[in-house]
Design a protein around this ligand. Structure first.
Ligand code: SF4
Length: 268
C-alpha cells in the first residue's frame, strides 16, 4: 500500500473522528440547554405565558423606541408618536424633525426616527401597507433577513418583535442573555447576534420564547451582572463560570468578602 493512500485514509479517519466529536458536543450542549429551560420553568412558572395584544408593526416600533432607555421613557415616546400621528401612514409622511422631537425623551431620537420611518416605508414597498398581514406565511429566516436589512433594525429587535407579536419560536438575545449564556459556558460568542445564532439549534422545539422570558427574569433576579446570586442558583451545577464558587461563598461570609463596590452597584 502506497504512502499516499495511507495518508488519505488517515485524513479521512481524522475527519470522521472530528465530526463525531462535534456531534457529541452538540448533543451535550442541547442537554444542558434543555436542563436550563426545565429548571428555570420551575423557578419562574407561567411568566412566559403572554397574550398577543398589539400588531407586529406596533410591537416592532415600540421595541425600536425601547433601545438604550428605560420602559418609562420609551412608553412616553410611543404615546407621543401615537397621539401626534394616530396612523402609521402619517408617520411616513411626517417631517423627520417633528418625529425626532416627539420621541426625544427615549434618546437616540434621530437614529430611532430613521429606523421607524425606514421600517414603515419598507413595509409599504414590500406589502403595500404599513400593517402587513401576510407575515404569518413567511419563514423565520426570510423574515429575519428582510427586517434586519432595514437601517436601524437589528437582529435583537427583529427576533423580539417576531417572538412576541407573531409567536415565532425564537429566543431573542440581548446583552443580559448574552452575558448569562457565556458565563454558563453553553455558548462562547463575542456578541449577542452570534449568541442568537449559536443558541438556535440548541433550544428544544417550541420552547424558545419561554427560555427568553425566563432567562430575562433569571438575569434580573439571580444571575445579575455585578453580583450574581450563585448561592441560590438553580443551575449552579450546570454553570462553568470560574468565579461561581467565590460568589456562592460570598453569601455565607457577607457581601464585603467579595468587593467593596458591590453594595453600591447591586441591582443593576
Ligand atoms: S452559578 Fe452564578 S454565574 Fe453561574 S449561572 Fe448561576 S448565578 Fe450565574
Amino acid at each position: 500500500m502506497s504512502y499516499t493512500v495511507n495518508r488519505e485514509r488517515f485524513g479521512l479517519a481524522q475527519q470522521k473522528e472530528q465530526k463525531k466529536d462535534a456531534q457529541s458536543e452538540l448533543r451535550e450542549k442541547r442537554k444542558v440547554v434543555r436542563n436550563i429551560a426545565n429548571r428555570l420553568k420551575k423557578v419562574f412558572p407561567e411568566r412566559a405565558e403572554t397574550e398577543r395584544k398589539i400588531s407586529f408593526t406596533d410591537t416592532l416600533i415600540a421595541i425600536i423606541l425601547s433601545q438604550n432607555t428605560n420602559d418609562r421613557n420609551s412608553h412616553k415616546a410611543y404615546q407621543l408618536l401615537r397621539v401626534n400621528w394616530p396612523n402609521w401612514e402619517e408617520v411616513v409622511e411626517a417631517d423627520p424633525a417633528d418625529i425626532s422631537e416627539a420621541i426625544r425623551v427615549s434618546g437616540l431620537a434621530d437614529q430611532k426616527r430613521v429606523a421607524i420611518q425606514g421600517t414603515l416605508r419598507a413595509f409599504q414597498e414590500k406589502w403595500g401597507t404599513v400593517e402587513p398581514e401576510e407575515l404569518e406565511e413567511i419563514s423565520d429566516d426570510e423574515l429575519l433577513e428582510f427586517l434586519t436589512s432595514i437601517k436601524g433594525v437589528g437582529l435583537k429587535s427583529a427576533s423580539c418583535a417576531m417572538m412576541f407579536a407573531l409567536d415565532r419560536d425564537l429566543c431573542a438575545v440581548d446583552t443580559h442573555l448574552n452575558r448569562i449564556l457565556n458565563r454558563v459556558g453553553v455558548i462562547s460568542a463575542s456578541s449577542p447576534d452570534k449568541t442568537f445564532r449559536d443558541l438556535r439549534p440548541l433550544i428544544p422545539e417550541g420552547r424558545a420564547r419561554e427560555l427568553h422570558v425566563n432567562l430575562i427574569y433569571f438575569g434580573r433576579e439571580i444571575c445579575k451582572a455585578r453580583l450574581p446570586h450563585c448561592f441560590e442558583c438553580p443551575i449552579f451545577d450546570l454553570c462553568q463560570w470560574g468565579e461561581k464558587e467565590e460568589y456562592a461563598a460570598a453569601k455565607k461570609q457577607g457581601p464585603k468578602a467579595v468587593s467593596g463596590d458591590f453594595l453600591i452597584t447591586d441591582g443593576i
